[in-house]
Design a protein around this ligand. Sequence first.
Ligand code: 2NL
Length: 370
Amino acid sequence: MAYTVSKLKEYSANALDKAAEKLLAALEKEAAEVKNESDWKGFRDRWMARKNGVLTQVNDLWLKAAPKDAKREAGQKVNELKQRVEQTIDAALERTKAGSGKSDAIDISLPGIQRSIGAEHPVIRTANEIVSVFRNLGYSVQEGPVVETDYYNFEALNFPPNHPARDTQDTLFIANQQSKPARDRLLLRTHTSPVQIRTMEKLKPPIRIVIPGKVHRNDPPDASHSPMFHQIEGLAVDTNITFGDLKGTLDHAMKALFGSSVKTHFRPSFFPFTEPSAEMMVSCFICGGSGKRGSEPCRPCKQTGWIEILGCGMVDPNVFEFVKDNGYDPKKVSGFAFGMGADRIALLKYGVDDIQLFFNGDVRFLRQFA
Ligand code: 2NL
């Protein structure tokens, strides 16, 4: 039950002390129940209100009602109590402030700390999309080292000894390799083709594989070149693989990637590791092949209506010679291969005009793809 002030029956020192003790006990108990500012206001008013506050009642019932000869002692006691009440009320307010402010209090109504979650890089996302088109055709994914030997990067791919790609002009070589035989010297792979050789050494035909990965070339960076970029290559080897298989497979892949209305077109080309070789064009998926966007010329296809998308060809029998012992006899098997730049396709897909934006790590750019 809440504490109430009652009249004193007598004014002996003992009686005054007892009454004061009871009051102070009630004061402490109520102070301990003050949790916030609104509690505190109620507490303060109950004890301090001029009209009917506990102290006013003490004044009326204990002091004013005291007989003349007890006034002095009762007055002292009541003053003492006033001070104690004021101190206790002040301290209670301090406690509510400390509790709602800094210190160890937790405000569960504040929003939590937001950690931004990462997202797939647009080039990696594009590479994954391309890989998944081929996975759906039954191709499996292979990966291999970025630091390669001259043998896997050039020799086994039918590059002649003095091919310009083997020059420091085009290739980034690892330092201090001169003491090794030429074929063992290390370099940064310039294409993912070495992984295809490594896979043919490991797995007997028939095979269907795709290889995504980082490659390096000694090119100065500009809007369309980066010394590091991403290639995806594919290889199918079996008995009786023809150029028709190559065309059908790649036509299907382009329709899966860019929409069923795109057309493909092949024109002759040259690669050391394929014969015959071709460049594949896909009808411009920006302007629909018209070369125009409204009255403006279409920039991605340079108004031609066609975009050069990949290189491909039938695996050169000279390449099979290097893996003949594992079942790749060029008299018995044939195959097609293709390679494309994931970065270039991402540029086209997202309408980005500078490849450097993909790699200089500006989150304001990258956040647009999250
Ligand atoms: C391009 C062209 C190509 C290949 C890559 C290949 C690999 C082996 C044998 C034969 Cl092991 N060919 N790969 C073939 C034709 C083209 O890439 O322009 N890439 C960006």
